[in-house]
Design a protein around this ligand. Sequence first.
Ligand code: ADP
Length: 509
Amino acid sequence: MNLEIKLKEIFGYDYFRNGQKQIIEQVLAGQATLGILPTGAGKSICYQLPAVIQSGLTLVISPLISLMKDQVDQLNIAGIPATFINSTLEEGESYQRMRQVENGEIKLLFVAPERFSLDYFNNFLQKLPIDLVAIDEAHCISQWGHDFRPSYVDFAAHLKDLPTRPTVLALTATATPKVADDIQSLLSISPSHTIKTGFLRENLRFEVVKGMDKRTFLKNYLKNQESESAGIIYASTRKEVEEICEWLNHNHFKAVRYHAGLSERERQMNQELFLFDEVPIMVATNAFGMGINKPNVRFVIHYAIPATIESYYQEAGRAGRDGLESDAILLFSPNDLRIRNFLIEQGEGDEGHKELEYEKLRQMQAYTSAETCLQRYILQYFGDEGEDCKKCSNCLDERELLDITVDAQKVLSCVVRMGERFGKTAVAQVLIGSKNKNIAKWNFEGLSTFGIMKNYSQKTVGELIDFLSAEGYLNVTTGKFPLLLLSAQGLKVLKGQGKVSRRASLIIE
Ligand code: ADP
């Protein structure tokens, strides 16, 4: 069978994109497959094409109930019989759809994983000629993912009961090596059947803006954009969305807003104004963007630090889908971390889950402290190697590189002398010789490193520690109160076998 011809016939596309054909071939050969492809790469085709080619039914598992209708509508427009069954439907409507599926009138059935907890639904599945189960957002199955959903694990157990032994295709855009391991073992996918295309987005220019008034930055940045340029500004709270949107309009930049607190009607309207290029700027919380495919977004600006690198890359990745040069800018202020910590504290989930969220936030924070190439930093997070992009704000940083080996040694040696049992605050306080009660309690005054950086403020030393962590000289444990440990790379520096350089010089106060 010539797959290219099928692709053209069914979807009108001339050629496969990176990874698609290999995934489809494996699926058609009955091999359980994991596909890790960046957002916008075209994951849907990987199950839609086999679904049409194969004689039976393809079951699509997706956590995004709100998107199912759109996905199904689009397939129906393309002449492919698809339907969904979820909690938004009246009971009668669900039963009617089940009859259609039983009668073989449907090729793709979309459901949420929770549906597998219903006995009648499992009985229904037993009778169906399912030949493929496609699992969208497969990272939700892993505790290490940024969006763990226990219903995915329960669903995976049910999968084994299906009498037709369907082929399994797991798809995700964001899988760190740990998450990929989890998906493979929970869904019995051989690592050799994992297909991963690069996460590199060559047309994105990453930038971290620190120590600058955010509104001043925005104003200057937007003034220098062509007036038609479309962009998204992500804020972390609804209130912040309201404030920024109002402020932009007040300053004659046309913007609309989007967050979960608005009426369905307003959200829909604002989304369309943005999608159809009526209003160039969208100010939104992370509720905006899933399933949105606007190719000509020229910039994505994060007004505050996102919760994880996964969500950052996903959101930033909405820029430049058309392949043209686009910006992904993060405005960082250490104060924003307080809001993030608060959100974690208030969030649902047990202590273990919160620990993981703190760890993800720490890695996100490390992105803002790193001085290596930003694109590369992200790629390494996802387990990819890459070259320096030569255009991000770190690659273009022209400030002089200073040798800070001696200062780094002071910090590293202090960490060791404190027994690697303390976090950033305590280490910084010892280094500046703080009179803080907690420090006195531990009798750190006797340490040779006590007060050896007394010319610096605690904030400056804290930033140096962040830098040393981001660059891998220190390891940081997970959890709410992360401890600093010496890494192998840090040990070399301590022994005088390696040098450390940094752009920003320490300010002597
Ligand atoms: P993902 O789920 O990976 O984010 P989608 O499956 O939604 O991406 O696809 C993104 C866009 O790319 C869609 O508009 C889709 O129609 C288009 N697309 C997918 N595969 C191809 C292809 N081979 N050629 C051209 N366009 C494609």
